[in-house]
Design a binder for this molecule. Structure first.
Ligand code: UDP
Length: 243
């Protein structure tokens, strides 16, 4: 797959939105202390680099709506969004323990633990050096937290989205299905037209509109987050073709 326009150069962002999949917090043990500490450390790395950091947290370590046999889809999705709130509480607690000030906002109303999403408040928190965690996905069933990441990034004016995954980036096809080429750059259009997986199509469409680039990379490899935030060639750089 060749990009139809040459990609803009990679850069160090001022305000990054990091999408952390629930899998980042654990798998067999959904809330694994070592995995959680690893994620917290990645956030601290970004802050130490002087970058404003907002997080969107997934819930797949606890449950995904579509995979629930005993729940209908919308009930499962509500439960999935609650799972993201659980993860949000965990990350908030961990970051606060290391002295970082954290604002937890949820798109699903759970006022006792997270305030409703309020972009103005989130932005002033970021400007003051605090971390904002967006939980509760989009607040609606049938969406994913990738879409929430795309939405929130646009709303808070992030200049880069980092999508941490357990693969190196985007491939020309699913590597599990045969020979696949690693793509160091790809446009959102190529993602949506080629159905390249890794990024959900709704999220890719939103990013195409906002024009905010995304780096899809292996979050679990030490050094990758710093390198990605430093503008180095890590993972796949996904960008909007020139209008
Ligand atoms: N979810 C939802 N609406 C959203 C975001 C998430 O219904 O806007 C539900 C959905 O059931 C999803 C689950 O929450 O499976 C966990 O989110 P996601 O699968 O995106 O988490 P991740 O895979 O990133 O851990």
């Amino acid at each position: 797959m060749s990009a139809s326009t040459s990609p803009p150069p990679r850069f160090k962002p001022n305000r990054a939105l990091i999408k952390v999949s629930g899998a980042g917090l654990g798998s067999d043990n959904p809330l694994d202390p070592d995995s959680i500490e690893f994620i917290l450390e990645r956030v601290r790395v970004a802050l130490d680099m002087g970058i404003e950091v907002a997080l969107v947290i997934g819930g797949g370590n606890i449950l995904r709506g579509a995979e629930q046999k005993i729940l209908d889809r919308t009930a499962g999705d509500m439960a999935g969004m609650m799972a993201t709130v659980v993860n949000g509480i965990v990350l908030k607690d961990g970051l606060q323990e290391s002295g970082t000030s954290v604002l937890l906002q949820s798109a699903l109303p759970v006022e006792r633990v997270a305030e409703p999403v309020n972009v103005d408040r989130a932005e002033s928190y970021l400007e003051d050096g605090g971390v904002v965690i967006f939980a509760g996905g989009t607040g609606n069933p049938y969406f994913t937290t990738d879409s929430a990441a795309a939405l929130r990034a646009g709303e808070i004016g992030a200049d880069l989205i980092l999508k941490g995954t357990d693969v190196a980036g985007v491939y020309s096809r699913d590597p599990a299905r045969g020979e696949a080429r690693f793509l160091s750059e790809v446009t959102y259009r190529e993602i949506t037209e080629g159905e390249l997986g890794v990024i959900d199509l709704t999220a890719a469409n939103i990013c195409r509109k906002t024009g905010i680039p995304m780096i899809v990379y292996d979050l679990f490899k030490k050094g990758n987050t710093r390198a990605a935030l430093n503008g180095e060639e890590i993972g796949t750089y996904v960008y909007s073709e020139a209008k």
